[in-house]
Design a protein around this ligand. Structure first.
Ligand code: BGC
Length: 468
């Protein structure tokens, strides 16, 4: 299968001088030099330090209130919810106490109405359906089913089961939620529906991923999502969290997982290599000026940056004979899932690319050269996403360089990591370049597929024990 580490940039057979010069411009715009990567890593450290020193710092670096590492020996059955950018998963997770688990789960695609309006009642309805279907009742001697809630948006927590929404992103815009406690709002929706479910913990999806990864590999140090959105969390030492000033009692601890919210990196727009295609996307987005790093690398946006670049080539009359389609003209109509298939196509005539262009974008009669150009642009922009992702990952590893001296695991989840051809290989290649072979060898990247559901169950278990 083709992947983004095998680039054949500027080698389109029979390309005219004009086409070559346009492709060269795209290539130069989206290239990320090694020097740029170094700069990004340095800037990451400045922003991380700022976020550790003060609330509302350059990077949020949000305390998760999770201070206990999983051991793999956890046991019990817990309900968890995982609200991502695209789906809600309701899960019944059984931890077997030997690093393994079993899971019964149901996925519900989040409706546009839920994203813009009645999210919490919609969640309660899904949980109700799941409870009925699986005949769930509270354990003997209890009245409520404990539940861990993975909420994939930035929340400021004041306790393990309290989280105030900082802002919506990934296309959500439910009014009157920013600044309010989403655990309470969900609990209220459960009460309106008379559900016997109690939210005992709320965690970001990166934290769920790290906890799930830690359950299987106790040496896990970092959790990352490369999916619809992107973000990471890691274990930080208590003394480094200078802004720590809890309003409620919490037991003494040595380390805590911090949710970095790295999608917010470079909010001052000083460091990342912005192109006109990124700026166009940013200007038209509902969170203009925010999450600019996320907009360069995550699945929600990658197809849109590529669509902008393709239209730029159409306007220069070097692609599709200068003609677009209503669909291609429409924002967000090039789904990143198709970009993955385009990059992976190795048929001699690029038949898969042809089909995608015809069926999903309504562009018939493409030439082989058109299809080669489209594949090339997808690869160039995918490669940028991959290199920037590796830079962020390495920045966190270099923040705690002592961890690199022994083996460690990073739990990763998300569609970009799982499905974008060569994304994992590209991360390892870049990590080896940046950290050196010896240190990079110690880092194991592990797919923690749908880990946040399991992780939330583990946190629910820890939290319910604390409540007892
Ligand atoms: C959110 C994060 C989340 C990430 C991955 C971002 O848009 O701000 O909280 O972890 O997406 O889902």
């Amino acid at each position: 299968m083709l992947d983004i580490s095998q680039t054949k940039i500027l080698q389109i057979p029979g390309a005219s001088e004009k086409l070559n010069s346009c492709l060269k411009e795209i290539y130069n715009d989206f290239a990320v030099s090694d020097e740029k990567i170094d700069q990004i890593i340095k800037r990451f450290h400045v922003e991380m330090q700022d976020g550790l020193e003060r609330d509302n710092g350059l990077l949020p670096m949000l305390p998760s209130y999770v201070t206990v590492r999983p051991t793999g020996k956890e046991k019990g059955t817990y309900l968890s919810l995982d609200l991502g950018g695209t789906n809600l998963r309701v899960c019944l997770v059984t931890l077997n106490g030997d690093s393994t688990f079993s899971i019964v789960q149901q996925k519900y695609t989040i409706t546009n109405e839920a994203k813009a309006d009645n999210l919490f009642d919609w969640i309660a309805n899904c949980v109700d359906l799941f409870i009925i279907e699986n005949k769930l009742v509270p354990d003997a001697g209890t009245t409520m089913i404990p539940c861990g809630f993975t909420f994939s948006f930035p929340i400021v927590q004041s306790a393990i089961n309290r989280g105030t929404l900082v802002m919506w992103n990934k296309g959500f815009s439910v009014p009157n939620v920013v600044g309010r406690d989403v655990a309470v709002m969900t609990q209220n929706a459960f009460m309106r529906k008379h559900l016997n479910v109690k939210i005992v913990a709320i965690v970001n999806d990166t934290i769920g991923t790290l906890m799930a990864s830690g359950y299987a590999n106790p040496d896990s140090q970092m959790g990352i999502i490369f999916g619809t959105g992107t973000n990471a969390c890691y274990w930080e030492k208590r003394e480094k969290i200078l802004k720590w000033n809890p309003t409620e009692d919490i037991a003494p601890f040595d380390e805590m997982i911090l949710n970095m919210e790295w999608g917010a990196f470079d909010v001052a727009s000083t460091t990342l290599p912005y192109t006109p295609h990124d700026n166009k996307l940013n200007r038209k987005s509902i969170n203009h000026g925010l999450q600019v790093f996320e907009k360069m690398i995550s699945g929600l946006y990658l197809g849109e940056v590529i669509r902008n670049a393709l239209l730029w080539l159409v306007d220069r009359r070097v692609l599709f004979n200068g003609r677009s389609s209503d669909i291609l003209n429409d924002s967000y109509k090039l789904d990143t899932a198709y970009v993955s298939s385009i990059v992976a196509d190795e048929t001699p005539n690029l038949d898969d690319v042809k089909l995608i262009l015809e069926v999903t974008l309504s562009i018939p009669d493409t030439t082989l050269q058109d299809r080669q150009i489209v594949q090339e642009v997808c690869k160039i922009i995918g490669l940028r996403a991959n290199r920037l992702s590796a830079a962020a990952l390495c920045a966190v590893l270099l923040w705690r360089p002592e961890l690199l001296d022994k083996e460690m695991t990073i739990g990763i989840d998300g569609s970009m990591y799982e499905f974008f051809p060569g994304f994992d290989k590209g991360l390892i290649k870049e990590m080896t370049r940046i950290l050196g072979e010896e240190r990079a060898k110690n880092v194991k990247l592990v797919l923690a597929k749908d880990g946040s559901g399991v992780g939330a169950a583990i946190v629910a278990m820890i939290a319910s024990k604390d409540l007892e």
